[in-house]
Design a protein around this ligand. Structure first.
Ligand code: PDD
Length: 286
């Protein structure tokens, strides 16, 4: 695996950072995960726009223009073998003596790596996954894709502890998202999604799903969703760059709807796969 760190490409095992990097000391940084299909980055412009929003959210100047980011991402794709990759990029506030206030004149740390893209196996697509619920005790800027993910890790582990795939989060009686993905539900044939705000990450896949619903006349509404509605859903699904669209068929051990992936999920999953293929058919980047 070839990685990129502060201007150089190198084998991932050789990438090294000083321990005073503020990403390590404070979790003071932001990141993106960009899926790559047949060597084509998916929704790159949108990922770079969200990166800019995250950097603005933590008051860190973007070290690269979009054109520079695109070149770095193309290079990392080119230097790694898999056709389908998950490109991870991270920017931190750099290396400085430990002090909470921002250091002056310190260059940010820029890191990229690529992993083989692992999307849900056919068995999970066909039968769905189990999820549990938990109280969303994260901070109030979940719209920033921060590397400070301790709360997400603790919440995700609750699911892992019981062999479930995700932890669906409820804050003050309302659905926000899940520990590593966004959440949609279906009630009486209508696809429902919580509105983007500071309490959830604005998912790139979330946007794609809503665009597909609009383009294919699937009834949908973006509005606050109560915990009661979540528990009474006919269908429940997760979206993320790696999960794509994935049905949840049990919640806290109880079946969702009939306990199998429903018709709206199946349609959206089909449309998503078709949409992916249109990206792959574009000419390969030089
Ligand atoms: N996570 N919400 C949270 C908390 C997430 O961590 C993610 C993705 C999403 C979905 O966003 P997108 O559709 O843009 O992938 C929602 C990535 C995949 C990760 O941290 O690995």
């Amino acid at each position: 695996m070839t990685a990129y760190l502060n201007g150089s490409f190198m084998p991932l095992e050789e990438a090294r950072l000083p321990v005073l990097d503020r990403g390590f000391i404070f979790g003071d940084g932001v990141y993106e995960v960009i899926p790559v299909y047949s060597r084509h980055p998916f929704r790159l412009k949108e990922h770079l726009r969200r990166l800019q929003n995250s950097l603005d959210g933590i008051r860190l100047a973007n070290p690269h223009s979009d054109a520079e980011w695109s070149r770095l991402i193309e290079e990392i794709i080119h230097r790694n073998a898999p056709e389908d990759q998950g490109v991870y990029l991270q920017v931190t506030r750099g290396v400085a003596k430990r002090d909470h206030a921002f250091p002056a004149g310190v260059p940010p740390t820029v890191f990229l790596m690529s992993n083989p893209l692992v999307t849900p196996p056919a068995e999970q697509v066909a039968h769905g996954v189990a999820a549990i619920t938990a109280s969303d005790y994260r901070w109030l800027r979940c719209d920033i894709k921060s590397v400070a993910l301790l709360a997400n890790c603790l919440l995700r582990q609750l699911a892992a502890d019981v062999g479930a795939a995700e932890t669906v989060l409820i804050r003050d009686g309302f659905l926000t998202e899940a520990s590593v993905s966004n959440v949609f539900l279906v009630k009486d044939g209508v696809l429902l999604a919580p509105p983007k705000n500071h309490l959830m990450l604005p998912g790139i896949t979330y946007d794609v799903v809503l665009e597909l619903a609009a383009a294919h006349r699937i009834a949908h509404q973006v509005r606050e969703i109560t915990e009661l509605e979540l528990r009474a859903a006919d269908e429940l699904m997760l979206t993320s760059s790696t999960k794509e669209v994935l049905a949840v068929t049990t919640l806290d051990g109880r079946p969702v709807g009939r306990g199998e992936p429903g018709p709206v999920f199946r349609e959206l999953h089909r449309l998503y796969q078709e949409f992916k293929r249109t990206v792959m058919r574009q000419p390969a980047p030089a």
